[in-house]
Design a binder for this molecule. Sequence first.
Ligand code: ATP
Ligand code: MG
Ligand code: MG
Ligand code: MG
Length: 482
Amino acid sequence: MDSKLVRRKFLEFFESKQHQIVDSAPLVNKDDPTLMFTNAGMNQFKDYFLGNKKAQYNRVADTQKCLRVSGKHNDLEEVGLDTYHHTMFEMLGNWSFGDYFKKEAIAWAWELLTEVYGLPKDRLYVTVFGGDEGDKLDIDQEAYDFWKEIIAEDRILYGSKKDNFWEMGDTGPCGPCSEIHIDLREPEEIERVSGKDLVNQDHPAVVEIWNLVFMEFNRQASGELKNLPAKHVDTGMGFERLCMAIQNKSSNYDTDVFTPLISLLSEKAGIKYGADSQNDIAIRVISDHVRAIAFAITDGQLPSNTGAGYVIRRILRRAVRYGFTFLDFKKPFIYELVPILVDQFDEVFPELKAQKDFVMKVIEQEESSFLRTLENGLKKIDSVKSDMTSKGEKVIDGKLAFELYDTFGFPLDLTSLIARENGLSVDSEGFNAEMQKQKARSKADAAKETGDWNIVGDQESVEFVGYEHLVADARLVKYRTI
Ligand code: ATP
Ligand code: MG
Ligand code: MG
Ligand code: MG
């Protein structure tokens, strides 16, 4: 089953269970100051759970573009090293807003996975919330009992509060979760340890694919839990992981979600994917990052030097450097992957196709500009490294990390990554101190300026005078100070 069909079948399945299929929210979050990027399917429904708004439909399903590179969910360091964490991924989800609850959510998840997708039952495990004494939370016996009807009890494992209890914040809606995991271990290992003995649900080859959250409580400021008047279901399933399970692969990158990107990259680099682990990591990182960058730009976030724009710039520069160092890509190359994404997502996210030329142009320009300074920056690091080796030093000075940032455009996390590859670390406090000094300097300079054009803060009264770019981005909109 190819990935397009996998996605379609998910939506069709929930449509057949009377769900309204809705669009993904944009990847970039302009309305919620607490969240830069959408990181879960439920983000766009937050107000329904908080009771601030009434849902138009009480059953909804979709595929949501998510990005997990900042804040509570930051998977960036995992990407390319493991086989199932991405920066940008699709989260398939179904929701009940005060309608069905645990019984249906569990039965439908199982029906979809085993009957529609045909996943082998003896490769699936589920977890239910095992209670938390400290927080006086009970085991989710109800979920356990529903699962018991459909799966052998030795495949139902208890999970901790960290993994199996969801809370929006210190107060507000919360409740237990039940996860579904796929066992991708080798047969010999399964033979050796299985059933309840598989206590460690963090085994790297037992991968979480679906999380079913049952919102049934409302946590008060006092810490006390009250039952919610209407109970909700919020589920999220990693689309790329699901494709891996259905296509019987052991890595998301071996599914047709990634193979076209990987083929083009290996061809361009003149290497064979799978032949060298360091090159493979570079290829995986780039094929992951291009998706995040392309969708962020499509959804209105251009790379820039601050806030969300800088997150995107960092991801892009990270990809450029992986290509430069390991695959010998000395010219812009990431933008050439965009047409593959356009084909892959034409059915589901046509906004990428609509902005293809623009997205390619932005990426190419970003790449060119970083490639202009990258080589010299890397040479600088090399000379520092030999210097440090001769002195027996291990920590790159904050001043130098700042120079790499300021003169060569190296984000701190990139310098840290290169340092790690060489058994070194970076004095990030020293870096931050240098950054503060520079901010103080530019503030003093800005105070001297008398020009018409300013990027305004919240306090000033402004008149909108036009966009600097095609894409609306608050930081790029030009205002005239009145
Ligand atoms: P994990 O424990 O693997 O990091 P999670 O518990 O953080 O996953 P959830 O917040 O429960 O993930 O999100 C719902 C689903 O989204 C997960 O079950 C998983 O299939 C998928 N998912 C989560 N993070 C990623 C990621 N970085 N890349 C790809 N899929 C992901
Ligand atoms: Mg996670
Ligand atoms: Mg998890
Ligand atoms: Mg989870």
